[in-house]
Write a protein that binds this ligand. Structure first.
Ligand SMILES: [Zn+2]
Length: 295
């Protein structure tokens, strides 16, 4: 708490999914975290999730906090972070806010629904892009600044984080991860992890004490120094394993050996397929290879 300002986190379960991983485990997506930043009367919610079931669980949790939800902030365009935003916006009468870059990516994710998202998951609600930008990427909650910081390419293009200086808090979307396998597939087309490392530096420069990650293990704390260091380490390990492992399955198994407790191994397998698929097919279209890696 800082004065009358506080925050709380709800981690939603991944949606049900068919299929198996190379080690025989069922495919399982990552847990998804939403942050409620609240004052004495009003509140702002971040990244409200993908499916109708997730929207219901999150909405009931928000309703129990007894605040007036003014805004729903979306960190980046990936559908798992916002396809349910319309349901929450309607339930609470809230505005949806994002950066201009994120709004562009949201349209791209809507276009990709029939090829990608709707093939993987059932119960995704209608997802019109209703998000608006705010002047200078700033809005307020009971007089406290909420600052949208655009950090560029991380696990997708045009990503952003929400900085709440009065709480020493960054809501990091997918720029920083916490105990969950990171989605590395888009880095194959982006030519490596350089842009992502720059983004981590931008988050660090905000000097937060707490970071809520878009994908986090609810059993872990939100210490900023630890999550930043572990996100960097995960990228460094990926670079090393890309040199030493010859196949996607080898990369998948080696990552599990190094990160036995990390959640979301389906995303690890998708990442491995995309990274090795692009490498093995230099004549191919990296974006197409990356999308096909999900299916
Ligand atoms: Zn995500």
């Amino acid at each position: 708490m800082a004065g009358n300002l506080g925050y709380d986190v709800f981690v939603n379960d991944p949606p049900p999914q068919d299929g198996f991983l190379p080690n025989g485990e069922p495919k399982r997506f990552s847990p998804m975290a939403s942050t409620l930043i609240y004052g004495s009367q009003d509140a702002v919610l971040t990244d409200p999730g993908l499916t109708e079931d997730q929207a219901r669980a999150l909405g009931d949790w928000v309703a129990a906090r007894g605040r007036n939800l003014t805004d729903i902030f979306i960190t980046h365009g990936h559908g798992d972070h916002w396809f349910a935003a319309g349901l929450l916006a309607e339930r609470f009468g809230a505005r949806v806010v994002a950066s201009a870059g994120t709004i562009t990516q949201m349209h791209g994710n809507v276009a990709a629904r029939p090829l990608l998202w709707d093939k993987m998951y059932q119960g995704i609600p209608p997802s019109p892009v209703s998000a608006v930008t705010v002047p200078d990427n700033r809005f307020t909650l009971e007089g406290h600044d909420l600052v949208i910081v655009e950090v560029g390419h991380t696990d997708s293009d045009d990503t952003s984080v929400l900085h709440v200086p009065d709480l020493g808090l960054v809501v990091a979307g997918d720029a920083i991860y916490n105990g969950v396998h990171m989605y590395l597939g888009a880095s194959a087309a982006a030519g490596g992890f350089g842009a992502w490392r720059d983004a981590i530096g931008m988050v660090e420069a905000l000097a937060p004490r707490h970071i809520v990650c878009g994908h986090q293990d609810s059993q872990r704390d939100d210490d900023a120094g630890r999550t930043i260091a572990q996100t960097r380490q995960y990228l460094d390990d990926a670079d090393e394993l890309l040199r030493t492992e010859d196949t996607a399955v080898g990369f998948f198994n080696a990552k599990i050996e190094r990160y036995p407790d990390y959640l979301g191994r389906y995303v690890l397998w998708v990442s491995a397929r995309a990274l090795y698929g692009v490498r093995e097919h230099p004549e191919g279209n990296p974006a197409q290879i990356t999308v096909a890696s999900w299916l």
